[in-house]
Design a protein around this ligand. Structure first.
Ligand code: URA
Length: 257
């Protein structure tokens, strides 16, 4: 056995004092070990395992929020949705805190993620023009999304991501108390409308007023589904139907004042 192998064997046997910075008195160490055992508490507190937060936890957190600022702060601290790990910013909302109309898109994209503002990119520019055509602007309405973080690669949010973020959106609606909701696109319509509409495409859902029950004591809120402005950028032919939806919104707002 060469010298190196002999040294390795010493380490295997536990003779590693040579590696310590100061000499060790083994006898004193044994006594100390006995003393430690004598004062050892009977039960050592165990670390509480961190379980991923689900929709029920999200609802408890959201329901405690009494203001929009509380809600935004609670979302900022919420770790139950993995989208936050890949996003740069939380995209909470834009527009008035006393808006009559709340428009809900699906999820922030790259520009929104950079700016921390919903509808900051090309879809937002088209949305601004659409709102202007019926005498509204983004400072008079409220803009938000089904999920407040950008999904990686702009994929649609998954059902689990939607489910865990929905209690925050519902609380947002309950605190803001808008007169009506505008659901922009399939993801928003399917997430917000009752499940009986689950397999219906936006082409059939749009243009009709529905009613959505919102938890949190505000009862039901009228809502209109329409095409997402991003879809309109790709499919300009759908702008005609979208224009009808905007006129329906204008007429509804005028009839309610
Ligand atoms: N699309 C959305 O649904 N929301 C945004 O904020 C931007 C693009």
């Amino acid at each position: 056995m060469d010298e190196l192998a002999a040294l390795r064997l010493q380490i295997v046997w536990g003779a590693d004092e040579i590696l310590l910075p100061a000499p060790q008195d083994r006898r004193a160490a044994k006594l100390a070990a006995v003393d430690v055992a004598a004062v050892k508490p009977k039960s050592v507190p165990q670390p509480v395992p961190m379980l991923p937060a689900g929709p029920a936890d999200a609802r408890k957190i959201a329901e405690k929020c009494l203001t929009l600022e509380d809600l935004s702060a609670a979302l900022r601290d919420f770790t139950g949705c993995e989208l936050r790990d890949t996003a740069t910013h939380l995209v909470f909302a834009d527009g008035a805190a006393d808006a009559r109309v709340m428009l809900i898109g699906d999820a922030p994209g790259a520009e929104e993620d950079r700016a921390g503002q919903p509808f900051a990119g090309p879809a937002g520019q088209l949305l601004d023009k659409m709102l202007a055509s019926i005498g509204l602007d983004r400072n008079k309405v409220r803009l938000t999304n089904i999920v407040p973080w950008r999904p990686p690669g702009d994929r649609p949010p998954t059902e689990a991501e939607i489910a865990v973020c929905l209690p925050f959106l519902q609380r947002h609606i309950a605190l803001l108390k808008p007169d009506c909701l505008i659901l922009l696109g399939t993801v928003a319509a399917k997430a917000m409308l009752p499940t009986q509409y689950g397999h219906t495409g936006i082409g059939r859902l749009r243009g009709k007023w529905h009613s959505i029950e919102i938890p949190g004591g505000i009862g039901s809120v009228p809502c209109l589904a329409s095409y997402h402005p991003m879809y309109l950028l790709r499919m300009p032919a759908a702008k005609r139907d979208s224009w009808h939806d905007l006129l329906a919104l204008r007429a509804w707002l005028d009839s309610e004042t």
